[in-house]
Unconditional design. Structure first.
Length: 245
């Protein structure tokens, strides 16, 4: 059995399409397998709307795709529900429309311009009119955890020492420490994104797929067999050897 996974997309439709082309080429050689997207499909990139359309269309066509919820996906849906509702995990002085977070880029893909420079109430009203209800429902329904094979797929990570069934959604979509520094086994291999690094990296107990597409880096697609993983490239598979955190 092999499973494919794709890191944080952040509104980059062209990169997502290219990642799926690599997966399709690998499937042609090795057979089909499910594809897990580890969340953060929106924000910072130019076409969050197109990314959601692409993912929804693939699932509607019957493709074996799983899309997890990331913290940016949750911030988007929370803003649409109530733009003044605090987001657990986000520093109090920030909001989804802060330039660092990329909410304005997402709304721009729906035709709502200059969202970070206008009154929040007006932007919220325009966003409610512009964002299809199907997109809102799709993002809100994304799971925080997916188990398959020897792996647990999440967006950000897990809280060490807590059973998978007892993890909170806020930890699943936001956590960094103490997860990133934990060197012991979590049981399953934790496959995640959220913390941007230069390249997809296997740490033995976890596999980080966020190679910084939000910041001009590549969007990583990998194939996982058991606890082993390989990066998919135009030249084929490149094994990811385990390193220490």
């Amino acid at each position: 059995m092999h499973i494919y996974a794709i890191g944080d997309i952040h509104g980059h439709l062209t990169l997502l399409q290219a990642a799926h082309e690599l997966i399709a080429a690998d499937m042609a050689r090795h057979g089909p397998g499910p594809v897990v997207h580890v969340g953060d499909v929106v924000d910072r990139g130019p076409d969050s709307r197109g990314v959601i359309d692409f993912l929804m269309a693939g699932i509607a066509e019957g493709r074996d795709w799983i899309v997890l919820k990331g913290n940016h996906d949750r911030m988007f849906t929370r803003f649409l529900r109530d733009p003044w509702e605090p987001e657990p995990g986000l520093r109090a002085e920030l909001s989804w429309l802060h330039p660092r977070l990329g909410g304005s880029d997402t709304l721009r893909s729906y035709g709502v311009a200059n969202a970070g420079d206008r009154p929040v109430a007006k932007v919220h009203a325009e966003a409610l009119a512009a964002v299809p209800e199907a997109h809102r429902a799709f993002l809100a329904a994304r799971p925080g955890l997916h188990l398959a094979g020897d792996c647990a797929f999440v967006h950000a990570g897990i809280r060490p020492g807590i059973a998978l069934a007892d993890q909170t959604e806020t930890d699943l979509v936001w956590i960094r420490e103490p997860f990133l520094s934990e060197g012991t086994s979590h049981g399953p291999l934790i496959v995640h994104g959220h913390t941007a690094i230069d390249a997809a990296t296997h740490y033995g107990n976890r596999l980080n797929l966020d190679s910084g597409a939000a910041y001009g880096g590549p969007l990583s697609a990998v194939v996982i067999e058991g606890r082993e993983a390989a990066l998919l490239t135009p030249l084929g598979r490149r094994k990811l050897s385990s390193v220490r955190a």
